[in-house]
Design a protein around this ligand. Structure first.
Ligand code: PMP
Length: 366
């Protein structure tokens, strides 16, 4: 057997670990922040019909500009953030927001350039940085996993990055990010500011997101995904909103026809049913809040969360508790944050199963 080390791989990839969330199939899967609620049947039927219509012409390459999809995504965003002025010219899409982030780093990062992020944050941010040859700079957060405007500005001034990555709400902590921090970071340098808003739909309703800052900020990019709120993780559809010049930059690095005709058709059909697709968001938020309340009652320390998951501290031995839950058919996530585990909000039944197991596994506290 040939080992990886024996291959003439790039020197800067030697010794790195790939993205590694365990992919196990168990009765209760609450480990990768998916939407555990199935797509409503009538919506699924509509999506299938759209895909079927498209299938007849898959001998041809798809619309390289995915115009109909960009129009649908712009309509969806403008609906959630009225007055943001987002049109299809501001939208770009790819196979998941991971690919969006990769394309951003291919265009604006790369060898000799750097990206500043604030761990603990989404593990793929540093992995995509390394994959594109971009230096990853780890900034520090304030207590409570917060990032104040002055902390962001200090790190930018100290490390002079080409790009800053924020994650709002932040994975894995659930922490919200103030728009004042994004504004301050933008004004502190001439580089690109990326706000990864994969979980935006789970944040308190009615509060403005980074989309509201796009006007007049051509170096700001807001990344979104249909994987979470839209229950579309398996379909792979991520997107961004930014100045149209940013989409021109991404056209230089994307592969032609990167979004399949079937993906485009599925996403357009799903977006036409946005209200039904998003109907489960409120239930997920209710299950998340239940987890926060009941974990607190059990003596754990759940962090405030604006996403569809909960990071909780006060775990004496995370590895053992993770394994004990696994033995009961429940998988959550151990991110090696000392004393902590992360759990995604599930359906009511899944949340009950998780909380029942936690009650059973938690010794009474003195
Ligand atoms: N950003 C964040 C913060 C995430 O947590 C995830 C998925 N876990 C992604 C991006 C990537 O999602 P996708 O590629 O499915 O859009």
């Amino acid at each position: 057997m040939t080992s990886l080390d024996e291959l003439p791989i790039r020197d800067d990839l030697r010794g790195l670990e790939p993205y590694g969330a365990p992919h196990l199939h168990l009765p209760v899967e609450l480990n990768v922040n998916e939407n555990t609620h199935p797509i409503p049947e009538d919506v699924a039927r509509d999506i299938i019909e759209s895909i079927a219509r498209e299938l007849i012409t898959v001998n041809r390459y798809p619309d390289r500009e995915f115009t109909a999809l960009r129009e649908s995504l712009a309509g969806y965003l403008e609906g959630t953030e009225p007055g943001s002025g987002i049109t299809r010219e501001h939208i770009w899409a790819a196979n998941g927001s991971n690919e969006i982030l990769q394309q951003i780093l291919m265009a604006f990062g790369g060898p000799g350039r750097s990206v500043l992020g604030f761990p603990p944050t989404y593990s793929m941010h540093s992995i995509i940085a390394k994959g594109t040859g971009t230096d990853w700079i780890a900034g520090d957060r304030d207590p409570g996993f917060l990032i104040s405007p002055s902390t962001a500005v200090e790190w930018i001034q100290k490390t002079t990055p080409d790009i800053v990555f924020f994650c709002a709400p932040n994975n894995p902590t659930g922490t919200a990010l103030g728009l004042d921090t994004i504004r301050a970071a933008y004004d502190a340098f001439d580089g690109i500011v990326v706000v990864d808003e994969a979980y935006a739909e789970f944040a308190p309703a009615g509060e403005p997101t980074a989309l509201s800052l796009l006007e007049g900020r051509p170096r700001l990019i807001v990344s979104r995904t249909m994987s979470k709120a839209f229950a579309f993780a398996g379909a792979r559809l991520g997107y961004l909103a930014a100045d149209p010049a940013v989409t021109d930059a991404l056209r230089l690095v994307r592969l032609p026809y990167h979004l399949s005709a079937l993906t485009q058709a599925a996403a357009v059909a799903a977006l036409a049913h946005a209200p039904e697709m998003l109907a489960m968001v409120d239930d997920i938020k209710a299950q998340r809040d239940r987890m926060v309340a009941e974990l607190g009652e059990l003596g754990y320390s759940p962090w405030p969360t604006a996403a569809n998951f909960v990071l909780f501290g006060g775990v004496d031995d995370p590895e053992t508790l993770w394994q004990q839950l696994l033995d009961r058919g429940i998988i959550i996530r151990n991110l090696s944050i000392p004393g902590h585990l992360r759990v995604s909000a599930g359906t009511s039944a899944e949340t009950t199963a998780f909380l029942d197991a936690m009650r059973e596994l938690t010794p009474p506290r003195a």
